[in-house]
Design a protein around this ligand. Structure first.
Ligand SMILES: NC(=O)c1ccc[n+]([C@@H]2O[C@H](COP(=O)([O-])OP(=O)(O)OC[C@H]3O[C@@H](n4cnc5c(N)ncnc54)[C@H](OP(=O)(O)O)[C@@H]3O)[C@@H](O)[C@H]2O)c1
Length: 299
């Protein structure tokens, strides 16, 4: 029997999109500016294509302009950089996202750092990472920003003094997640593959964030009773119970055993995943307001 509150990322994302749509309409009425998000997709990776289509649909549903630029897999890095430069200069574009992963012949860091920091709605540019680290206005990576929104929605706005453990130290999830929780006055530990006695570290956490990429690694007996558990992991595993060759998605947390102990927990699917695109739209609105010289609304 599961004791934990199940954090519904789908419902939270829906509410966030509705609040964004209201603010987009207000911005248009007040200033005549319509936020625009440009997505650049290189190649034909089927998962990326689905993701880019969803982004375009949700962008339009929020009342923003959506621009999708598809480039051939064999495009040169210089031609991709020229496309980014064109979007940097385009006044109708306030957010630019280059869909990752890029083909192997590209230098991903070089491409990311070619996006104008003010339009870097993914928050991956080194300037935005530095701004986040030093407490200045930054574009913040969508997944960790969405996680903090869900944590505050669950635990209340004041997270001061809570012990947070982040498992994973990637530039796109673990590190910005740790920085955001530090900014919320949590006492933060970042754990990784070299951490000694990971279960014991996790058991100290009032807020436990798993961003590892290892199916169901974190078990119920690694969790402090009542903790808030945010599972960022998305792992596809075999599901023979559904039929031969079938698969299903699981997180980095063993949901069933963790839900017995945690106070609140995000499921996979339906937890962190649905939040990511909604936060991308929130970042596009923020970028547009800053570029237009208007105070970005809280959504
Ligand atoms: N929901 C979403 O929207 C969303 C967005 C982004 C990512 N994700 C998912 O989140 C997961 C993490 O993504 P990522 O990009 O951050 O992954 P990543 O770059 O591969 O980083 C994984 C991190 O986990 C650590 N790690 C690996 N094995 C470990 C172990 N046995 N014990 C402790 N730590 C271990 C690694 O430590 P080292 O640094 O020591 O190697 C690394 O820091 C993936 O499943 C990804 O699909 C979901």
């Amino acid at each position: 029997m599961s004791a934990a509150k199940r954090i519904d990322g789908k419902a939270f994302a829906q509410g966030l999109r509705e609040r964004i749509a209201l603010q987009v309409a207000k911005l248009k009425a007040d200033t005549g500016v319509t936020p625009g998000l440009a997505v650049v997709l290189v190649g034909e990776d089927p998962a990326s294509e689905v993701y880019v289509r969803n982004k375009a649909k949700q962008t339009a549903e929020c009342g923003m302009n959506s621009f999708t630029h598809k480039l051939n897999e064999a495009v040169s890095e210089d031609d991709l950089l020229a496309k980014v430069a064109q979007l940097n200069a385009d006044p109708a574009v306030h957010g630019i996202l280059v869909q990752l992963p890029l083909p192997g012949h590209m230098d991903t860091a070089r491409v990311i750092n070619a996006v104008a920091p003010a339009k870097d709605v993914d928050g991956f540019h080194v300037i935005n990472a530095g701004r986040l680290m030093t407490g200045q206005d930054a574009m913040v990576p969508c997944t960790p920003l969405g996680c903090v929104m869900m944590i505050k929605d669950t635990l209340g706005q004041d997270l001061s003094g809570l012990r947070a453990v982040i498992v994973g130290r990637s530039n796109i999830v673990g590190k910005p997640m740790a920085q955001l929780l530090l900014n919320e006055n949590c006492t933060v530990t970042i754990a990784h593959s070299r951490t000694r006695d990971l279960p014991e570290e996790c058991r100290r956490a009032d807020i436990l964030v798993a961003a590892v990429g290892r199916p169901q690694m974190i078990k119920g007996d690694w969790i402090k009773p009542g903790a808030c558990v945010i599972d960022v992991g998305i792992n596809r595993v075999a599901a023979p119970e559904k039929g031969e060759g079938k698969t299903r998605l699981v997180g980095d947390v063993d949901f069933d055993s963790a839900a017995e102990v945690a106070g609140a927990i995000t499921p996979v699917p339906g937890g962190v995943g649905p939040m990511t695109i909604a936060v991308l739209l929130a970042n596009t609105l923020t970028a547009c307001c800053r570029i237009a010289g208007v105070e970005p609304p809280r959504v």
